[in-house]
Ligand binder design. Structure first.
Ligand SMILES: Cc1cc2nc3c(=O)[nH]c(=O)nc-3n(C[C@H](O)[C@H](O)[C@H](O)COP(=O)(O)OP(=O)(O)OC[C@H]3O[C@@H](n4cnc5c(N)ncnc54)[C@H](O)[C@@H]3O)c2cc1C
Length: 448
């Protein structure tokens, strides 16, 4: 029962305090409490659209506690941060203060030792609170990008990084995408060349979320040129590097974007940027295999984030449809309004089952070798696809249900619609997931 023990470490006192104040200073959670104590302090569960049957006690506990933290950050907070493009550092601090950034990190380094099943619930709850993708993205790399680090990093690397990530002192970003290779990740061009006790990095990344506020990057770079490897998946390596903004060999350029504007997205330029050789995680040349570990986790978290946004949108739409009276009747009395919302809800529920099944397989596969990595990959990709599509449908219908008010920032659903496109595009597009399933499940010829 390691996982249960771990979650009890999130003290009830801290959870209670988090109701009233945002503590800027991170602190360690160490006192043992029992699950009933946590539930005692949790908010009375409101009637929510999402069916909660079948979730584990741990998942429900996470949900209650995260809801309570997020209640400090109402929709107005997210509207303002979206409009002013200001980092939601208070949410990051509040989650760090209560130890939540270590939800899926090992207990021996201060984490809760829970799994991606609980982390997905955490990210969904953040998104569903109205924080949307912006709120979730402000912390999600700290959860998924650290998975390969925790699994493949050596003791020294873990001791020097994980506690600071959990306490919130260090924020992490994930550097994979490149402007010239896009989804063809294996052909990425950023190189890391070993020179004595350091690596010299040269190349360009794009769309790197939170690079402005992060001090570490989990980086995928090529250590052996493509021409010299037998398979493109070889010769890539994973690093956990410092982001030293004062170093002229590193440049960050913020990208103006459509949604999730509270979190920054960046172009990152490396021009002979030197990092110590001990920033290499695992074996040189095995980076792609290593990073896949984080990518499957990321798909589950993104699925959760999309679901959160979808449920938030549909909840707002149902409320509005009950209240708004036109032609002398609530608009929700019209089946043209009610049916699309019912349909969107059912799609969210189906995607929810897929997402939590994928997360469960991901977690169990570490101990149960009968669960193949192929099965995990298919489940995680499918879940991300289905959740992203369901969220899009829900957000689009929520805007249409609101009529003109759907276009007003005050009603939030326009923000949700802008943000819900992200899980359709990233970290892998829906087209590439369809390609993957066509080839790897249906055994159809590869199309690209
Ligand atoms: C808000 C946001 C945040 C992001 N955060 C990060 C981050 O933190 N770190 C990071 O590394 N990356 C990040 N990304 C990048 C994201 O993962 C990529 O944008 C995504 O993987 C798509 O790659 P691309 O933009 O290069 O698209 P491209 O590869 O240029 O593809 C363009 C279009 O063509 C389609 N396409 C391409 N090839 C095929 C094919 N063979 N068959 C069918 N269709 C095809 C794609 O599906 C897509 O619709 C982020 C992106 C966004 C928008």
């Amino acid at each position: 029962m390691a996982s249960k023990r771990s979650i009890f470490r999130l003290s009830s006192q801290l959870l209670a305090e988090s109701q009233t104040a945002i503590r800027p200073q991170p602190r360690q959670c160490s006192r043992a409490v029992n699950i009933n104590a946590i539930r005692h302090f949790s908010a009375t569960r409101q009637r929510r659209l999402m069916d909660l049957s079948g979730f584990t006690e741990e998942q429900l506990t996470v949900r209650d506690a995260i809801q309570k933290i997020c209640a400090q950050f109402p929709n107005e907070y997210w509207q303002q941060h979206d409009q002013s493009e200001t980092d939601p550092k208070e949410l990051h601090a509040a989650l760090a203060a209560d130890g939540w950034l270590g939800i899926a990190l090992p207990e021996e380094f201060g984490g809760a030792g829970l799994g991606i099943s609980e982390a997905t619930m955490m990210l969904q709850t953040i998104s569903q609170s109205g924080a949307g993708m912006a709120g979730a993205q402000s912390i999600h790399a700290n959860v998924y990008a650290t998975q390969p680090l925790a699994k493949f990093g050596n003791k020294e690397q873990l001791e020097s990084t994980i506690p600071d990530i959990i306490s919130g002192k260090t924020r992490v970003c994930f550097g994979v995408t490149e402007p010239n290779t896009g989804l063809d990740t294996l052909r990425l061009k950023t190189s890391a060349t070993r020179q004595g006790d350091k690596y010299v990095i040269t190349g360009q990344k794009i769309w790197i979320t939170c690079a402005q506020v992060a001090s570490k990057m989990i980086l995928l770079a090529r250590t052996t040129p493509l021409e010299e490897v037998t398979k493109p998946s070889e010769g890539l390596s994973m690093f956990c590097i410092d982001i030293d903004k004062s170093n002229p060999a590193l440049e960050l350029k913020k990208i103006k974007k459509m949604g999730g504007r509270a979190v920054d997205a960046n172009e990152v330029f490396f021009d002979h940027y030197e990092v110590p050789a001990n920033t290499l995680i695992g074996t040189e040349g095995q980076g792609f295999k290593i990073i896949l570990h984080g990518m499957n986790a990321e798909r589950c978290l993104l699925a959760g984030e999309a679901l959160g946004l979808g449920y938030a949108a549909i909840e707002k739409a149902a409320k509005y449809a009950k209240e708004r009276v036109v032609f002398g009747r609530p608009i929700g009395k019209n089946q043209a309004i009610a049916h699309p919302l019912a349909d969107a809800y059912m799609n969210l529920e189906a995607a929810k089952l897929s997402a939590y099944n994928a997360a469960r397989l991901y977690d169990r596969s570490t101990k149960d070798k009968s669960i193949s990595q192929h099965a995990v990959g298919v489940a995680c990709n499918s879940a991300k696809y289905l959740a992203a599509e369901a969220a899009f449908r829900a957000c689009e219908r929520a805007v249409m249900t609101h009529g003109g008010m759907g276009y007003a920032a005050e009603y939030d659903v326009e923000r949700y619609l802008r943000e819900c496109l992200v899980p359709r595009i990233a970290p892998v597009s829906r087209e590439m997931i369809l390609n993957f399933v066509s080839e790897k499940v249906l055994d159809l010829p590869r199309s690209y």
